[in-house]
Design a protein around this ligand. Structure first.
Ligand code: ATP
Length: 653
């Protein structure tokens, strides 16, 4: 046996010369993912967020009151504030460079480490501006300080000019940065006006002392951008206003909104919150620290949940309601729409994208600040608080009941229901381990029926293209026979009558042909679930089957390929090199022999399914994509196609 520690051939060439030390901004361009989380759309928008965060820090520190964001054609974005202006004097350590140039060209340079120039800032790593600069094809900076205007231009992180004194500017102050993200890094992705506008709005809600002026060039509006050309965003009502906007007119609430703000003890910072318990609808919790959206939550969120839980339990004790002891944090916050914004000194986040707050003290600070206030809110309005407590206890008891009945048969539900005639149901009664295949048309339905496991797999054939729910009225939707059948077969109802416990199958599997029409039908169905039954997606019940498009055979051996790429790869790798490989293309599931459909697509032991997810942290992006692809505005679709056409590799026409 060979010794694993024996020197392998070629290993000797691995030496000091292989170890690189990247200089200046080179690491950012080589590994953008580490700084902005990737090179996708979200990452490119992160560049805008970095600049907006810096301007917000200047505002929260009390030095700026106005921020402007301007989007122009050519993916040119400008962020400007009327703060102190980035310092331009020579830096004491790098005498030949201004502080401005050091900030824009050196990682980990900044004024937010010591907490002298800023108290509770979102910036802390000293990398944001230099990362934007490194990943910008070009960047211009203008700083107005002490009535003088300074300018400097950069390309891909390197200065093109010296910092120049551009003359007197008696009435101007602050920083302006204008840049174009580098196509070498981001391809031809373009800033989404809607996304930037949303970013500005949510920032303005987080700090009452700022006015954010938004401008979107007329050409972008004409091309379908769904934002105002100009807006001044200023929300004196803070998070309470933001929550009210999110809830819309006349929301059905269990108790009045609980909102407020408070300074933390010992000058530790500030906290603001707004909470509404919904009778029905989607629970949402958005948290922020120093105006940074912490989409993955973190310690402040944990403190918030603990405060609500303990507050409710405490109130239960006061009311001698023993049932309150079973409440968990999940019960207390599961039907909650809430916003929480914390400002603290020296926060710690996970990574530069700052999606999660990790400062340990934030948990205690939040819990301590909110718990008593919450109990106070409850005891101050006992009638509504009793309602809320009863509502949460009911959720808790239902959770316990569900757990106890986890595997109860669904027979009773079936009896009550009128099942659609074309459903071929499975014989097992429990929801666990059963699944329903939604297939395209009767002939595919026929194959699927023969290929299925009768005990656990049900089949519902749908006729042709279902209604596009993203552009249909609710009335039309209610009347649509295919959708009615689908909802009846699922058993869980929809809208106000939705009841997850009545869902008749554990898995809902969309099984359409592996071609353009099939993809369209699958998109329509996913849109339907996303819009009308989002709980099923959230609960991980919705899947896409992955039927093959090709069968490749040589001698007695067959393999299957999902697309042209896989076909070409398998032809080269799966067979003997010299003999001919037979390739057949399945016209559709209906033409596929049942045995093959079973083997490749339906048999739980051998198939591959894709689970359909809509992660809460990407809620806005998912909504935007669904709206642009499936919504009522063809111009958004046109724009999406223009934006993404270059990433399409094979167009099936
Ligand atoms: N708009 C601005 N006004 C005034 N000073 C600014 C502005 N933008 C940046 N600065 C200064 O430049 C420094 C570096 O900014 P940079 O964005 O690189 O990092 P940061 O904000 O300190 O931290 P992070 O990397 O976490 O964002 C800041 O700390 C601040 O001193």
């Amino acid at each position: 046996m060979t010794d694993l520690f024996e020197q392998a051939a070629g290993q000797a060439s691995y030496s000091a010369k292989d170890i690189e030390v990247l200089e200046g901004l080179e690491p950012v361009r080589r590994r953008p993912g580490m700084y902005i989380g990737g090179t996708d759309d979200a990452a490119m928008h992160h560049l805008a967020a970095e600049l907006l965060d810096n301007a917000m820090d200047e505002a929260v520190a009390g030095h700026a009151s106005i921020i402007e964001m301007t989007l122009a054609p050519g993916n040119l974005l400008t962020v400007r504030d009327n703060g102190r202006g980035i310092p331009v004097d020579p830096h004491p350590k790098f005498r030949d460079k201004s502080a401005l140039e050091v900030i824009l060209t050196t990682l980990h340079s900044g004024g937010k480490f010591a907490g002298k120039a800023y108290a509770t800032s979102g910036g802390l790593h000293g990398v944001g501006s230099s990362v934007v600069n490194a990943l910008a094809e070009r960047l211009e900076v203008e700083v107005a300080r002490e009535k003088t205007l300074w300018k400097q231009d950069y390309a891909r992180g390197k200065p093109l000019t010296k910092l120049v004194n551009a003359g007197a500017t008696p009435n101007r102050r602050g920083t302006l940065i204008r840049f174009v993200p580098d196509p070498e890094i981001f391809g031809d992705k373009k800033f989404s006006p809607a996304r930037l506008y949303r970013m500005c709005r949510s920032k303005a809600y987080l700090f009452r002392g700022v006015r954010i002026r938004w401008t979107c060039d007329a050409a972008l509006i004409a091309a379908g951008a769904d934002v105002p050309a100009q807006a001044e965003l200023h929300f004196p009502g803070g998070l309470a206003d933001s929550l009210a906007e999110e809830l819309g007119a006349a929301p059905k609430l269990v108790a009045p909104v609980w909102a407020g703000q408070a300074d933390l003890p010992d000058d530790a910072g500030r906290i603001e919150w707004a909470c509404a318990w919904l009778e029905a609808g989607e629970a949402t919790l958005s948290t922020y620290c120093n105006t940074i959206p912490t989409t993955l939550g973190g310690t402040h969120e944990a403190g918030f949940r603990a405060a609500l839980l303990k507050g409710l339990r405490g109130f239960g004790e006061q009311r001698s309601n023993k049932r309150a002891a079973v409440i968990t944090a999940e019960d207390a916050t599961g039907a909650l729409a809430a916003k929480l914004s914390l400002f603290i000194r020296d926060p710690q986040f996970q990574g530069q994208t700052k999606e999660k707050l990790t400062s340990p003290e934030a948990q205690k600070l939040t819990e301590a600040a909110l718990r008593d206030r919450f109990e106070h809110f409850l005891t101050g309005d006992p009638a509504n608080a009793d309602n809320l407590l009863a509502f949460v206890i009911e959720r808790a008891e239902e959770r316990i009941r569900r757990r106890e009945q986890k595997d109860t048969p669904r027979k009773s539900a079936t009896r009550r229901l009128r099942l659609p005639g074309k459903l071929t149901d499975c014989s097992r009664e429990s929801r666990e381990d059963t699944e329903i295949f939604l297939v395209e048309g009767d002939s595919a339905g026929g194959s699927a029926k023969q290929a299925r496991n009768r005990e656990t797999q049900a089949v519902l054939p749908l006729r042709g293209k279902i209604l596009n729910v993203a552009s249909a009225s609710t009335e039309k939707l209610r009347q649509n026979q295919e959708l009615k059948d689908l909802i009846e077969a699922l058993g869980c109802g929809v809208g106000d009558r939705f009841q997850i416990d009545a869902l008749r199958y554990g898995r809902i599997i969309i099984m359409t042909d592996a071609d353009v029409d099939g993809a369209h039908i699958a998109s329509l169905l996913m849109t339907f679930f996303y819009r009308e039954l989002p709980e099923l997606i959230r609960g991980g019940h919705v899947y896409l089957a992955q039927p093959p498009l090709y069968r490749l055979t040589q001698g007695g051996k067959s393999v299957y390929a999902m697309d042209d790429g896989e076909r070409d790869r398998l032809v080269k790798t799966a067979f003997k090199a010299n003999a001919k490989v037979e390739i057949s293309r399945f016209k559709g599931l209906g033409e596929m022999p049942p045995a093959i459909l079973k083997e490749t697509t339906m048999d739980p032991k051998r198939r591959v399914l894709l689970r359909v997810l809509a992660p809460p942290e990407a809620r806005a992006e998912t909504a935007e994509i669904v709206e642009s692809l499936m919504g009522r505005k063809p111009e958004l679709r046109f724009r999406f196609i223009q934006d993404h056409a270059s990433s399409v590799q094979e167009l099936d026409v």
